[in-house]
Ligand binder design. Structure first.
Ligand code: HPA
Length: 274
């Protein structure tokens, strides 16, 4: 069992560097049901999680466990098709190990996608929302434990965890914005929890992304978060029962739109306009 420390990440980054003949600038992480957005990667080189030393393999449905490196509009990208979740029983260090490796590979921008429940009823199920900020209710942090200052400082600032220029770009595309609350899951929320989250100022609720964002931002990457509001959060429609299957179906239909947004962002980044 790896300890997911600096030396493990160096080993993993070394393995990936031996296969990918370039330094990826932008990383994209596909959440549940969004794996198909990897189709936008040109000249793809595919790596499988099971072959990569120390890489935590996903057990969640809709998470393929592949890494695809290639180009989008000529920009070198690395695409994680599937992530691991805290609810799978992985430690916070394991959940964020891929982010550590990406940072060590030289990635500058970290674009996370996920599926969420809509607390804010102005969202339509299937709508893609730009995450402006988050509330960490997972009960833990990936930065707990002895601090390795080669990676990040002890007390990273989180005032602008989500890159403001990228948020402006998304607003220009007409995307709605929202605050994402992270719960550890894996049960969906109760209606009372959803009412609590609304009072706390959350617009979306999900079970991922926040540990990665904390880690990526602490390491100095620019971070963007795109959330597909797959369903109305529990209790908003009291007759509706939530299922993982419904989430995957709604999100899969949003994959092409999500890919379009990311491609447009990468084009802008590549022109040096942001
Ligand atoms: N709650 C938490 N996570 C989710 C939801 C939800 O309603 N929908 C998709 N992911």
């Amino acid at each position: 069992m790896p300890s997911y420390d600096y030396d493990d990440a160096r080993e993993t980054a070394g393995y990936i560097r031996g296969i990918i003949p370039f330094t990826p600038k932008t990383a994209i992480v596909a959440g549940s049901g969004l794996a198909d957005i990897a189709d936008m990667v040109e000249n793809p080189i595919t790596l499988y999680a099971k072959d990569i030393p120390n890489w935590p393999g996903s057990t969640a449905p809709g998470h393929a466990g592949r890494i695809i490196a290639g180009t989008i509009h000529g920009r070198h990208v690395i695409f994680l098709q599937g992530r691991v979740h805290y609810y799978e029983g992985y430690s916070m260090k394991a959940v964020t190990f891929p982010v550590r490796v990406l940072g060590m590979l030289g990635v500058k921008e970290y674009i996370a996608t996920n599926a969420s429940g809509a607390i804010n009823t102005s969202y339509t199920p299937g709508e893609i929302v730009a995450i402006t900020d988050h509330i960490n209710l997972m009960g833990s942090s990936p930065l707990i434990g002895p601090n390795d200052s080669r990676w990040n400082e002890r007390f990273p600032d989180m005032t602008h965890a989500y890159d403001r220029e990228m948020l402006e770009f998304f607003a220009g595309l007409g995307l709605k914005q929202g605050v994402y609350a992270a719960m550890h899951g894996p049960s969906f929320e109760t209606p009372a929890e959803v009412r609590m989250l609304r009072m706390l100022g959350a617009d979306l609720v999900g079970m991922s992304t926040v540990p990665e964002v904390i880690t990526a931002h602490a390491m100095g990457m620019r971070v963007a978060g795109l959330s597909c509001a797959a369903n109305l959060a529990a209790g908003i429609d009291p007759e509706h029962r939530l299922t993982g299957q419904e989430v995957l179906e709604v999100v899969s239909e949003a994959a092409i739109r999500t890919a379009g947004i990311i491609t447009a962002l990468i084009d802008r980044l590549n022109r040096g306009e942001m």
